[in-house]
Design a protein around this ligand. Structure first.
Ligand code: FMN
Length: 223
């Protein structure tokens, strides 16, 4: 088990979508989840829930939903084409490993499903219900995706491969039924977790100077 430096983990926690079927010790998954629940959440509500799917039949069924949803995603990707900032090689890697996962999500030994319980906006004097509900909708996801990033980093530290995926949300109700989610609980990702076939490598991103502004939009940051 490795215990690597934080910045090394951040810089090398790339999406690893090709995973060995070998089981992952339960203690490691617990360690990953213990990192997940250290994340921030709005109002410290901690209204999250994490489903750890190991049952082979259930994984197969989730894999089939992911496959179905990915058929829809495939059309979107084909229409969008390669983003300008990605090289042919980077794009090819993303697409080929992505397609692998379309067909093998159910083969991952663990599929982690981060969820959130919807919270009611309090109806009290002085509260603009419509505005508060719109605000809640605007920040939807912000109370679970930090936990997802902690999961990614914890997996990296432990040498486990994973990636965030959201394709299944195109067929969200199928997942809801399979996992017996209560009506007020939504899933936000399917995260396959397992021992990686490919190696961790440095993540490549658009340059800092291109995406950072000093004080106001358009002022260069000296990076
Ligand atoms: C909101 C979101 C949704 C994503 N959905 C999927 C997905 O459905 N399937 C998939 O294979 N990867 C998915 N990814 C992973 C991205 O493709 C990946 O983060 C990106 O290509 C960068 O990869 P890298 O970290 O390996 O460089 C998603 C990432 C984010 C942030």
């Amino acid at each position: 088990m490795s215990d690597i430096e934080l910045f090394q983990a951040i810089h090398t926690a790339r999406s690893l979508r090709r995973l060995k079927p070998d089981p992952v010790p339960e203690g490691l998954i617990t360690q990953v989840l213990d990192a997940a629940i250290r994340a921030p959440s709005g109002g410290n509500a901690q209204n999250w829930a994490f489903l750890v799917v190991r049952d082979p039949e259930l994984r197969r069924s989730l894999g089939a939903v992911y496959r179905k949803a990915s058929d829809i995603a495939a059309k979107v990707y084909a229409a969008k084409g390669r983003p300008a900032h990605m090289t042919e090689r980077q794009y090819e890697r993303m697409m080929s490993t992505g397609v692998h996962l379309w067909n093998h999500m159910g083969d991952a030994p663990v599929i982690l499903v981060p969820c959130l319980r919807r919270l009611e906006v309090p109806d009290a004097p002085g509260i603009d219900l419509a505005a508060e509900r719109a605000y809640a909708e605007r920040i939807r996801g912000a109370s679970i995706y930090p936990a997802v990033q902690n999961i990614i980093l914890a997996c990296r530290a432990l040498g486990l491969g994973t990636t965030i995926t959201t394709n299944h949300l195109r067929c969200e109700d199928d997942v809801r039924v399979l996992l017996s989610l209560p009506d007020d609980v939504d899933s936000f990702a399917l995260m396959p977790i397992g021992w990686p076939i490919d190696r961790f490598g440095r993540v490549s991103r658009r340059p800092l100077a291109e995406v950072t502004h000093a004080d106001r939009w358009g002022n260069a940051w000296p990076a």
